[in-house]
Design a binder for this molecule. Sequence first.
Ligand SMILES: Cc1cc2nc3c(=O)[nH]c(=O)nc-3n(C[C@H](O)[C@H](O)[C@H](O)COP(=O)(O)OP(=O)(O)OC[C@H]3O[C@@H](n4cnc5c(N)ncnc54)[C@H](O)[C@@H]3O)c2cc1C
Length: 407
Amino acid sequence: MSAPVDNAVVEYVAHVALYRQEFRRYLRELEVADQWRTAVFSSAEDGLAHDATMMARLHADGWNRYGWPEAAGGLGGNEIHRAVYYEELGHAMLPIPAQQWTLETLGPALIRFAPDLAATYMPGYLSGAEWWGQSFSEPESGSDLATLRTRAVDDGAGGFVVNGQKIWTSQGPTAKRLLALVRTGTPESRHRGLTMMMIDAEAPGVTIRPIALASGRRELAEVFFDDVRVDRERVVGDVDGGWAVAMHLMQYERGMYGYAVLNKVLVELGRLREDMVTAGTTPAQRQRFAGVYVDVVAAQARTATTVRRLAAGEAVGADSSIDKLLFGRAEKKANDLILEITREQMIAGAATSGSATGRGGAALDTARAEWWYSRAATVMGGTAEVQRGIIADHILGLPKESRGQRK
Ligand SMILES: Cc1cc2nc3c(=O)[nH]c(=O)nc-3n(C[C@H](O)[C@H](O)[C@H](O)COP(=O)(O)OP(=O)(O)OC[C@H]3O[C@@H](n4cnc5c(N)ncnc54)[C@H](O)[C@@H]3O)c2cc1C
């Protein structure tokens, strides 16, 4: 006997198929598509400013609002719509606006745990008017967030006073708001005493210092909080309930974000393929390319399953660590392949010159910046070692590691 057909599901699938078809046609006819496809920037700030104009355009025409709830400025639908949005940008060889990486990480947690804040601020994000940073990591606390020290003290007047330091906040130098995980419990309360709050980057007492990466691009920031007052209504979820918000968020940072990243990687491999067709290739390079391609497609299949589970409202939990491991590794390998095959230009090509592979000038600089950034693929969002630990503990149920017996 076949399973009963859920009409709502059938209707949604048809809706998504129509969205794909219409969005594809829109991108084909978009008059700025060529300029957008080839745009390269020498600084992270310029790149974000350009991407904000593209988000504004996609928002005005409605396309990037699908997949987000109407109450948060979207046009309805779920993660499947967003996955198709990333796929179709990739199909058109267009880049994903950089702000969307962080939106994919922070947006779902805000919608779930602070719907009022999402209703107020998400429309501005979707329209490219503003973007936010994720301020979790601290100088002494990255892998083990239960040791966070930035402190928020109830001021008895409907708010908190925050003091401390965050580090490695992506998009921090230009972010308008920060989603910060801070300690409201005792210093020993570990994960039970953490609270998530939205803090305006321009609030008195917030100092943001950009951090230049190896590429020279100022993509990250240190954030200092000195007696920063935050209204209680800016709390995301419950006071002392920040861990649940962070865990929900990480499913997206490791699954949904991964799906989008892999679409971007496939575009990069597509460009490399064009370079190879133009410049010629060796049998070893063909082999390497095919191997990396399979890794990327396998990781994409894994994250696609996670996207479907998230869309169905399932708690993915520790399973998303498998996604994170697979997509981080695939992203790194793809960038290593690009470096290997275009090594001469990547190492020695002048920023102003053309190249045999068609990568020249600022495009070469951007390819180098991508390679540098991909070094962090197995660090950011939780290191590969930590993901393996989570898989060992929570999925495989292996015996706990006894310290001092590591081999
Ligand atoms: C490009 C980039 C962007 C980032 N963006 C953000 C952001 O937007 N917001 C944010 O909050 N943070 C961000 N981060 C920080 C990132 O989340 C942390 O770097 C990461 O979680 C690791 O923390 P850590 O750097 O403190 O290293 P540590 O936690 O000090 O780890 C050092 C080493 O010890 C290993 N290690 C630690 N614990 C274990 C364990 N239990 N088992 C086995 N090995 C272990 C790690 O794998 C690592 O090799 C970003 C980092 C990078 C590089």
